[in-house]
Design a protein around this ligand. Sequence first.
Ligand SMILES: NC(=O)c1ccc[n+]([C@@H]2O[C@H](COP(=O)([O-])OP(=O)(O)OC[C@H]3O[C@@H](n4cnc5c(N)ncnc54)[C@H](OP(=O)(O)O)[C@@H]3O)[C@@H](O)[C@H]2O)c1
Length: 330
Amino acid sequence: MKYRTFGRLGWQVSEMGYGMWGMAGWSGSDDAESLRALQRAVDLGCNFFDTAWAYGDGRSEQLLGRLLRANPDRKLYTATKIPPRNRVWPSRRDLTVDDCYPPEHIDEYVRRSLANTGLPSIDLIQLHTWEDSWLSDPRWLRKLEQLRREKLVTGIGISMNRWEPWNGVEAVRAGVVDAVQVIYNIFDQNPEDQLFPTCQARNVAVIARVPFDEGTLTGTLTENSRWPEGDWRNTYFVRENLVASVRRAEALKPLLANPPGAGRHPQTMPEMALRFILGNEAVATVIPGMRKVAHVESNLAASDAGPLPAALQDQLKKHRWDRLPTAWSQ
Ligand SMILES: NC(=O)c1ccc[n+]([C@@H]2O[C@H](COP(=O)([O-])OP(=O)(O)OC[C@H]3O[C@@H](n4cnc5c(N)ncnc54)[C@H](OP(=O)(O)O)[C@@H]3O)[C@@H](O)[C@H]2O)c1
Protein backbone atom coordinates (compact mmCIF):
# COMPACT_ATOMS: atom_id res chain seq x y z
CA MET A 1 0.00 0.00 0.00
CA LYS A 2 1.23 3.48 -0.83
CA TYR A 3 0.34 6.55 1.18
CA ARG A 4 -0.37 10.13 0.13
CA THR A 5 -0.46 13.38 2.08
CA PHE A 6 -4.00 14.45 2.95
CA GLY A 7 -3.79 18.11 1.98
CA ARG A 8 -2.97 20.67 4.64
CA LEU A 9 -3.94 18.30 7.44
CA GLY A 10 -0.73 16.47 6.57
CA TRP A 11 -2.04 13.00 7.39
CA GLN A 12 -0.43 10.07 5.58
CA VAL A 13 -3.47 8.24 4.22
CA SER A 14 -3.58 5.03 2.20
CA GLU A 15 -4.23 5.90 -1.43
CA MET A 16 -6.84 3.14 -1.43
CA GLY A 17 -9.39 4.09 1.20
CA TYR A 18 -12.66 2.42 2.07
CA GLY A 19 -16.24 3.44 1.19
CA MET A 20 -18.77 2.28 3.79
CA TRP A 21 -22.15 3.11 2.28
CA GLY A 22 -23.12 -0.24 0.74
CA MET A 23 -22.63 -2.28 3.90
CA ALA A 24 -25.29 -0.28 5.72
CA GLY A 25 -27.83 0.35 3.05
CA TRP A 26 -27.57 -1.71 -0.12
CA SER A 27 -29.40 -5.03 -0.35
CA GLY A 28 -27.36 -8.13 0.36
CA SER A 29 -25.28 -6.66 3.21
CA ASP A 30 -24.14 -8.93 6.00
CA ASP A 31 -22.43 -7.36 9.04
CA ALA A 32 -20.16 -10.35 9.70
CA GLU A 33 -18.97 -10.38 6.09
CA SER A 34 -18.52 -6.59 6.10
CA LEU A 35 -16.44 -6.72 9.29
CA ARG A 36 -14.21 -9.41 7.78
CA ALA A 37 -13.72 -7.23 4.71
CA LEU A 38 -12.95 -4.15 6.85
CA GLN A 39 -10.40 -6.08 8.94
CA ARG A 40 -8.72 -7.44 5.81
CA ALA A 41 -8.37 -3.88 4.55
CA VAL A 42 -6.68 -2.81 7.80
CA ASP A 43 -4.34 -5.80 7.59
CA LEU A 44 -3.42 -4.76 4.04
CA GLY A 45 -2.56 -1.21 5.11
CA CYS A 46 -5.80 0.73 4.48
CA ASN A 47 -6.12 3.53 7.04
CA PHE A 48 -8.87 5.81 5.67
CA PHE A 49 -12.54 4.98 6.15
CA ASP A 50 -15.43 7.03 4.81
CA THR A 51 -18.84 6.66 6.42
CA ALA A 52 -21.88 8.84 7.18
CA TRP A 53 -24.66 8.97 9.73
CA ALA A 54 -27.09 8.50 6.83
CA TYR A 55 -25.60 5.12 5.92
CA GLY A 56 -28.17 3.05 7.76
CA ASP A 57 -28.97 5.79 10.33
CA GLY A 58 -25.74 5.13 12.18
CA ARG A 59 -25.27 1.43 11.29
CA SER A 60 -22.18 2.04 9.15
CA GLU A 61 -20.67 4.28 11.84
CA GLN A 62 -21.27 1.55 14.40
CA LEU A 63 -19.46 -0.99 12.22
CA LEU A 64 -16.56 1.44 11.97
CA GLY A 65 -16.56 1.76 15.76
CA ARG A 66 -16.23 -2.04 16.05
CA LEU A 67 -13.32 -2.01 13.62
CA LEU A 68 -11.57 0.76 15.57
CA ARG A 69 -11.96 -1.09 18.87
CA ALA A 70 -10.56 -4.25 17.28
CA ASN A 71 -7.45 -2.33 16.15
CA PRO A 72 -6.50 -0.07 19.08
CA ASP A 73 -2.84 0.07 18.05
CA ARG A 74 -3.46 1.32 14.50
CA LYS A 75 -4.09 4.91 13.48
CA LEU A 76 -7.21 4.63 11.32
CA TYR A 77 -8.58 7.90 9.93
CA THR A 78 -12.33 8.28 10.29
CA ALA A 79 -14.33 10.46 7.93
CA THR A 80 -18.07 10.79 8.49
CA LYS A 81 -20.86 13.10 7.35
CA ILE A 82 -23.64 15.15 8.85
CA PRO A 83 -26.94 14.56 7.02
CA PRO A 84 -28.86 17.62 5.81
CA ARG A 85 -31.59 18.51 8.32
CA ASN A 86 -34.28 18.30 5.61
CA ARG A 87 -32.88 14.96 4.33
CA VAL A 88 -32.77 16.25 0.76
CA TRP A 89 -30.05 14.68 -1.42
CA PRO A 90 -28.63 16.32 -3.46
CA SER A 91 -29.05 19.88 -2.26
CA ARG A 92 -30.63 22.43 -4.57
CA ARG A 93 -29.89 26.05 -5.36
CA ASP A 94 -32.94 27.24 -3.41
CA LEU A 95 -32.00 25.47 -0.14
CA THR A 96 -30.50 27.47 2.72
CA VAL A 97 -28.23 26.82 5.68
CA ASP A 98 -31.34 26.80 7.87
CA ASP A 99 -32.90 24.12 5.65
CA CYS A 100 -29.83 21.88 5.72
CA TYR A 101 -27.15 22.70 8.31
CA PRO A 102 -28.32 25.06 11.09
CA PRO A 103 -25.75 25.14 13.94
CA GLU A 104 -27.83 23.15 16.45
CA HIS A 105 -28.31 20.38 13.87
CA ILE A 106 -24.55 20.23 13.25
CA ASP A 107 -23.93 20.01 16.98
CA GLU A 108 -26.48 17.22 17.41
CA TYR A 109 -25.16 15.07 14.57
CA VAL A 110 -21.48 15.40 15.45
CA ARG A 111 -22.37 14.08 18.89
CA ARG A 112 -24.47 11.28 17.38
CA SER A 113 -21.54 10.26 15.16
CA LEU A 114 -19.19 10.31 18.15
CA ALA A 115 -21.61 8.06 20.05
CA ASN A 116 -22.01 5.68 17.10
CA THR A 117 -18.28 5.29 16.54
CA GLY A 118 -17.36 5.44 20.23
CA LEU A 119 -14.66 7.98 19.40
CA PRO A 120 -13.64 11.03 21.46
CA SER A 121 -12.99 12.93 18.23
CA ILE A 122 -13.75 12.55 14.51
CA ASP A 123 -10.82 13.07 12.14
CA LEU A 124 -12.83 14.49 9.24
CA ILE A 125 -16.39 15.78 9.52
CA GLN A 126 -18.09 16.47 6.20
CA LEU A 127 -21.36 18.11 5.25
CA HIS A 128 -23.19 15.44 3.24
CA THR A 129 -24.41 17.95 0.61
CA TRP A 130 -23.09 21.32 -0.46
CA GLU A 131 -23.96 24.66 -2.06
CA ASP A 132 -21.27 27.28 -2.62
CA SER A 133 -23.92 29.92 -1.85
CA TRP A 134 -23.75 28.82 1.81
CA LEU A 135 -20.42 30.64 2.08
CA SER A 136 -22.43 33.83 2.55
CA ASP A 137 -24.06 32.43 5.72
CA PRO A 138 -21.05 31.09 7.68
CA ARG A 139 -22.99 29.96 10.78
CA TRP A 140 -22.33 26.34 9.75
CA LEU A 141 -18.60 27.08 9.64
CA ARG A 142 -18.52 28.89 12.98
CA LYS A 143 -20.21 25.91 14.62
CA LEU A 144 -17.76 23.44 13.07
CA GLU A 145 -14.83 25.63 14.12
CA GLN A 146 -16.19 25.71 17.66
CA LEU A 147 -16.44 21.90 17.66
CA ARG A 148 -12.87 21.82 16.38
CA ARG A 149 -11.71 24.03 19.27
CA GLU A 150 -13.48 21.60 21.61
CA LYS A 151 -11.44 18.84 19.92
CA LEU A 152 -14.56 16.93 18.88
CA VAL A 153 -13.50 17.13 15.21
CA THR A 154 -10.17 17.78 13.49
CA GLY A 155 -10.72 18.39 9.77
CA ILE A 156 -13.68 20.01 7.99
CA GLY A 157 -14.85 18.78 4.59
CA ILE A 158 -17.70 18.94 2.11
CA SER A 159 -19.17 16.14 0.06
CA MET A 160 -20.13 17.59 -3.29
CA ASN A 161 -23.29 16.80 -5.20
CA ARG A 162 -23.21 14.30 -8.05
CA TRP A 163 -22.17 15.81 -11.40
CA GLU A 164 -21.66 19.32 -10.00
CA PRO A 165 -17.87 19.54 -9.68
CA TRP A 166 -18.11 23.33 -10.02
CA ASN A 167 -20.27 23.61 -6.87
CA GLY A 168 -17.54 23.59 -4.23
CA VAL A 169 -14.76 25.39 -6.05
CA GLU A 170 -15.60 28.61 -4.19
CA ALA A 171 -15.44 26.82 -0.83
CA VAL A 172 -11.96 25.56 -1.70
CA ARG A 173 -10.91 28.98 -2.93
CA ALA A 174 -12.22 30.60 0.28
CA GLY A 175 -9.91 28.36 2.30
CA VAL A 176 -12.65 27.20 4.68
CA VAL A 177 -12.45 23.44 4.06
CA ASP A 178 -9.62 20.93 4.51
CA ALA A 179 -11.05 18.31 2.12
CA VAL A 180 -13.59 17.80 -0.64
CA GLN A 181 -15.24 14.54 -1.58
CA VAL A 182 -16.19 14.33 -5.25
CA ILE A 183 -17.15 11.75 -7.87
CA TYR A 184 -14.09 11.07 -10.03
CA ASN A 185 -13.70 8.06 -12.31
CA ILE A 186 -13.08 7.09 -15.97
CA PHE A 187 -16.44 8.62 -16.95
CA ASP A 188 -16.57 11.59 -14.58
CA GLN A 189 -13.30 13.36 -15.33
CA ASN A 190 -14.59 16.92 -15.10
CA PRO A 191 -13.25 17.63 -11.57
CA GLU A 192 -9.91 17.90 -13.42
CA ASP A 193 -11.01 21.16 -15.08
CA GLN A 194 -11.40 23.54 -12.16
CA LEU A 195 -11.77 21.70 -8.89
CA PHE A 196 -8.50 19.77 -8.80
CA PRO A 197 -6.22 22.69 -9.75
CA THR A 198 -7.92 24.83 -7.09
CA CYS A 199 -7.49 22.08 -4.48
CA GLN A 200 -3.82 21.75 -5.38
CA ALA A 201 -3.29 25.51 -5.16
CA ARG A 202 -4.96 25.60 -1.71
CA ASN A 203 -3.53 22.30 -0.46
CA VAL A 204 -7.02 20.86 0.03
CA ALA A 205 -7.33 17.07 0.07
CA VAL A 206 -9.41 15.31 -2.59
CA ILE A 207 -11.35 12.16 -1.70
CA ALA A 208 -12.30 10.46 -4.99
CA ARG A 209 -15.60 8.67 -4.51
CA VAL A 210 -17.74 6.31 -6.63
CA PRO A 211 -14.71 4.98 -8.55
CA PHE A 212 -16.84 2.32 -10.25
CA ASP A 213 -19.73 4.62 -11.22
CA GLU A 214 -21.86 2.70 -8.67
CA GLY A 215 -20.98 -0.59 -10.39
CA THR A 216 -20.85 -0.10 -14.17
CA LEU A 217 -17.07 0.36 -14.22
CA THR A 218 -16.58 -3.06 -12.63
CA GLY A 219 -17.84 -4.46 -15.96
CA THR A 220 -20.34 -6.73 -14.19
CA LEU A 221 -23.63 -4.97 -14.98
CA THR A 222 -25.76 -5.75 -18.02
CA GLU A 223 -28.60 -3.92 -19.71
CA ASN A 224 -30.95 -6.21 -17.76
CA SER A 225 -29.45 -5.77 -14.28
CA ARG A 226 -32.05 -5.39 -11.52
CA TRP A 227 -31.71 -5.35 -7.74
CA PRO A 228 -34.02 -6.60 -4.97
CA GLU A 229 -36.95 -4.33 -4.21
CA GLY A 230 -35.92 -1.40 -2.04
CA ASP A 231 -32.31 -1.28 -3.30
CA TRP A 232 -31.61 2.33 -4.30
CA ARG A 233 -29.81 1.20 -7.46
CA ASN A 234 -33.18 0.43 -9.06
CA THR A 235 -33.96 4.15 -8.81
CA TYR A 236 -30.53 5.28 -10.03
CA PHE A 237 -30.02 2.77 -12.83
CA VAL A 238 -33.28 3.63 -14.54
CA ARG A 239 -33.36 2.22 -18.08
CA GLU A 240 -31.98 5.40 -19.63
CA ASN A 241 -28.97 5.41 -17.31
CA LEU A 242 -28.36 1.66 -17.17
CA VAL A 243 -28.28 1.15 -20.94
CA ALA A 244 -26.05 4.15 -21.62
CA SER A 245 -23.68 3.29 -18.75
CA VAL A 246 -23.37 -0.39 -19.64
CA ARG A 247 -22.66 0.45 -23.29
CA ARG A 248 -19.94 2.88 -22.29
CA ALA A 249 -18.44 0.31 -19.91
CA GLU A 250 -18.48 -2.31 -22.69
CA ALA A 251 -16.59 0.14 -24.91
CA LEU A 252 -13.71 0.00 -22.41
CA LYS A 253 -13.25 -3.77 -22.61
CA PRO A 254 -11.22 -3.77 -25.86
CA LEU A 255 -8.66 -1.58 -24.07
CA LEU A 256 -8.24 -4.32 -21.48
CA ALA A 257 -7.86 -7.02 -24.12
CA ASN A 258 -5.39 -5.02 -26.24
CA PRO A 259 -3.89 -2.32 -24.05
CA PRO A 260 -1.83 0.33 -25.84
CA GLY A 261 1.82 0.99 -24.99
CA ALA A 262 4.25 -0.84 -22.76
CA GLY A 263 4.15 -1.35 -19.00
CA ARG A 264 2.19 -3.16 -16.35
CA HIS A 265 -1.27 -3.51 -17.83
CA PRO A 266 -4.42 -3.99 -15.75
CA GLN A 267 -6.02 -7.43 -15.78
CA THR A 268 -9.56 -6.45 -14.81
CA MET A 269 -12.03 -3.58 -15.18
CA PRO A 270 -11.98 -2.68 -11.44
CA GLU A 271 -8.17 -2.59 -11.51
CA MET A 272 -8.21 -0.33 -14.57
CA ALA A 273 -10.81 1.96 -12.98
CA LEU A 274 -8.83 2.38 -9.74
CA ARG A 275 -5.44 2.82 -11.36
CA PHE A 276 -6.89 5.46 -13.69
CA ILE A 277 -7.85 7.51 -10.62
CA LEU A 278 -4.47 6.96 -8.94
CA GLY A 279 -2.90 8.49 -12.04
CA ASN A 280 -4.05 11.91 -10.85
CA GLU A 281 -1.80 13.47 -8.22
CA ALA A 282 -4.55 15.77 -6.94
CA VAL A 283 -6.27 12.74 -5.41
CA ALA A 284 -5.33 11.93 -1.81
CA THR A 285 -7.39 8.74 -1.51
CA VAL A 286 -9.91 6.70 -3.52
CA ILE A 287 -12.81 5.13 -1.62
CA PRO A 288 -14.34 2.14 -3.44
CA GLY A 289 -17.42 0.71 -1.81
CA MET A 290 -16.61 -2.84 -0.64
CA ARG A 291 -18.35 -5.51 1.39
CA LYS A 292 -16.41 -8.62 0.37
CA VAL A 293 -12.91 -9.76 1.31
CA ALA A 294 -12.18 -10.68 -2.32
CA HIS A 295 -13.04 -7.14 -3.46
CA VAL A 296 -10.85 -5.65 -0.73
CA GLU A 297 -7.90 -7.82 -1.73
CA SER A 298 -8.11 -7.08 -5.45
CA ASN A 299 -8.88 -3.36 -5.05
CA LEU A 300 -6.13 -2.67 -2.54
CA ALA A 301 -3.63 -4.39 -4.83
CA ALA A 302 -4.25 -1.58 -7.35
CA SER A 303 -2.09 0.66 -5.17
CA ASP A 304 0.89 -1.69 -5.47
CA ALA A 305 0.39 -1.90 -9.24
CA GLY A 306 0.59 1.90 -9.43
CA PRO A 307 -0.74 4.27 -12.08
CA LEU A 308 -1.54 2.88 -15.54
CA PRO A 309 0.91 2.93 -18.44
CA ALA A 310 0.77 6.45 -19.92
CA ALA A 311 -0.60 5.32 -23.29
CA LEU A 312 -3.55 3.58 -21.64
CA GLN A 313 -4.23 6.53 -19.33
CA ASP A 314 -4.35 8.76 -22.43
CA GLN A 315 -6.78 6.43 -24.21
CA LEU A 316 -9.06 6.40 -21.18
CA LYS A 317 -9.23 10.19 -21.19
CA LYS A 318 -11.29 9.83 -24.38
CA HIS A 319 -13.98 8.00 -22.40
CA ARG A 320 -14.84 11.10 -20.39
CA TRP A 321 -18.61 11.49 -20.08
CA ASP A 322 -19.90 14.85 -18.90
CA ARG A 323 -23.32 14.53 -17.34
CA LEU A 324 -25.77 16.90 -15.73
CA PRO A 325 -28.00 16.19 -12.73
CA THR A 326 -31.38 14.70 -13.72
CA ALA A 327 -34.59 13.68 -12.00
CA TRP A 328 -33.07 10.25 -11.21
CA SER A 329 -29.40 11.03 -10.63
CA GLN A 330 -29.70 11.64 -6.81
N1 LIG B 1 -22.95 11.91 -1.32
C1 LIG B 1 -21.91 11.26 -0.85
O1 LIG B 1 -21.19 11.77 -0.02
C2 LIG B 1 -21.60 9.88 -1.36
C3 LIG B 1 -22.39 9.30 -2.38
C4 LIG B 1 -22.01 8.05 -2.87
C5 LIG B 1 -20.91 7.40 -2.34
N2 LIG B 1 -20.17 7.97 -1.32
C6 LIG B 1 -18.99 7.28 -0.73
O2 LIG B 1 -18.21 6.73 -1.79
C7 LIG B 1 -18.06 5.31 -1.57
C8 LIG B 1 -17.91 4.59 -2.91
O3 LIG B 1 -19.05 4.75 -3.73
P1 LIG B 1 -20.16 3.60 -3.90
O4 LIG B 1 -19.95 2.55 -2.87
O5 LIG B 1 -21.46 4.29 -3.95
O6 LIG B 1 -19.88 3.04 -5.39
P2 LIG B 1 -18.62 2.39 -6.12
O7 LIG B 1 -17.46 2.36 -5.21
O8 LIG B 1 -18.52 3.07 -7.44
O9 LIG B 1 -19.16 0.89 -6.42
C9 LIG B 1 -19.43 0.00 -5.37
C10 LIG B 1 -19.86 -1.33 -5.99
O10 LIG B 1 -18.72 -1.94 -6.62
C11 LIG B 1 -18.62 -3.29 -6.17
N3 LIG B 1 -17.21 -3.67 -6.18
C12 LIG B 1 -16.21 -3.19 -5.41
N4 LIG B 1 -15.04 -3.76 -5.73
C13 LIG B 1 -15.30 -4.65 -6.73
C14 LIG B 1 -14.51 -5.54 -7.46
N5 LIG B 1 -13.19 -5.63 -7.26
N6 LIG B 1 -15.11 -6.30 -8.41
C15 LIG B 1 -16.44 -6.23 -8.65
N7 LIG B 1 -17.25 -5.37 -7.97
C16 LIG B 1 -16.69 -4.60 -7.01
C17 LIG B 1 -19.21 -3.29 -4.78
O11 LIG B 1 -19.57 -4.59 -4.42
P3 LIG B 1 -19.65 -5.10 -2.87
O12 LIG B 1 -20.29 -3.99 -2.09
O13 LIG B 1 -20.50 -6.30 -2.95
O14 LIG B 1 -18.25 -5.40 -2.41
C18 LIG B 1 -20.38 -2.34 -4.98
O15 LIG B 1 -21.46 -3.02 -5.56
C19 LIG B 1 -19.32 4.95 -0.77
O16 LIG B 1 -19.22 3.69 -0.15
C20 LIG B 1 -19.37 6.12 0.18
O17 LIG B 1 -18.41 5.96 1.23
C21 LIG B 1 -20.50 9.21 -0.85
